[in-house]
Design a protein around this ligand. Structure first.
Ligand SMILES: [Fe+2]
Ligand SMILES: [Fe+2]
Length: 291
């Protein structure tokens, strides 16, 4: 706290329009009410006895998702002590996000090891891309990349997975996590709306943030092929034959949907249509993952 040497804090987010979202106090109240427990609230026994091909496909997707949950955990944790405490509600809200993402990492890891499979594969391109997010030093850019683009895509991914996962334990996990992500996205899109109302030229900052990120993710484009394949196995219900081909088609349709939803989310936050399309295209190029 304040001593003779001055205040030993490093507050860098000092303007309301950088951090405020209308209704953030309500989102904070919801976050407190809707906390859940990864040990107690998931019907873990209903996650056993999954056929091996489907279990491996599920663990492949979850491994890739856990990587991204870590990034979603570290980013708000990094900015909490940098936001001026005059903006208490957003700081409180971001603190609930830290807890939410920690729980997502916990619950996905518990599911990964439930039937003895554990982590499957590694995704260095995704890691490189996440580096661009974790190392972002400006809060408005980081929040745009994470809360609007990354978690927006995660929302769609959870909706897709909820339909295709092979067991009830995973389905409940995705329903609960989806609700958490919806709050994070609501904060992010609300925050962008406030910023764009105050300063429409901030659009250029967001485009720049994506371009900076492309430098980290040069070799990446779209969802990694192993993940697309695992999603197709889950969607089709089998790892070969006609069901798998049907799964591949479903995944292709899902990827189109991702793009359309992203554009809608951006225009809903106050972006002109052309800018929304440009940003969506850059994101698809830069991410190579959902975040
Ligand atoms: Fe999450
Ligand atoms: Fe999240």
């Amino acid at each position: 706290m304040a001593g003779e040497e001055g205040v030993p804090h490093d507050f860098r987010v000092l303007d309301r329009h950088q951090v405020w979202a209308d209704g953030v106090e309500r989102l904070y109240e919801q976050a407190k009410e809707r906390q859940w427990d990864a040990s107690r609230d998931i019907p873990w026994d209903a996650g056993r006895g999954v056929p091996e091909a489907l279990e491996v496909a599920l663990c492949t997707v979850l491994t890739w998702m856990v990587q991204q949950e870590f990034a979603a955990w570290y980013v708000p944790a990094k900015f909490v002590p940098r936001i001026h405490p005059a903006y208490l509600e957003p700081v409180l809200f971001l603190s609930t996000q830290v807890m939410d993402e920690a729980r997502h990492v916990e619950v996905f890891t518990k599911r990964l090891f439930l039937n003895g499979v554990g982590f499957v594969g590694s995704y260095p391109a995704t890691e490189a891309s996440l580096q661009g997010l974790i190392q972002q030093e400006e809060f408005d850019k980081a929040s745009f990349l994470l809360h609007v683009l990354g978690e927006g895509t995660f929302l769609d991914l959870f909706t897709f997975l909820r339909r295709v996962v092979p067991d009830e334990a995973s389905r409940v996990i995705l329903v609960r996590a989806h609700e958490d992500e919806a709050r994070h996205v609501a904060y992010g899109t609300g925050r962008v709306r406030v910023q764009l109302q105050e300063d429409p030229s901030a659009i250029h900052r967001f485009v720049a943030a994506l371009e900076e990120r492309l430098n980290f993710a040069r070799d990446v484009s779209g969802i990694p092929s192993q993940i697309q394949e695992a999603l197709a196995v889950l969607a089709g219900g089998e790892s070969r034959g006609r069901p798998f081909v049907r799964g591949v088609k479903e995944v292709a349709a899902f990827q189109k949907e991702l793009q359309a939803n992203r554009i809608q989310r951006l225009t809903g936050s106050g972006f002109p249509e052309a800018a929304a399309r440009h940003i969506s295209h850059l994101h698809a190029k830069a991410s190579g993952n959902a975040m």
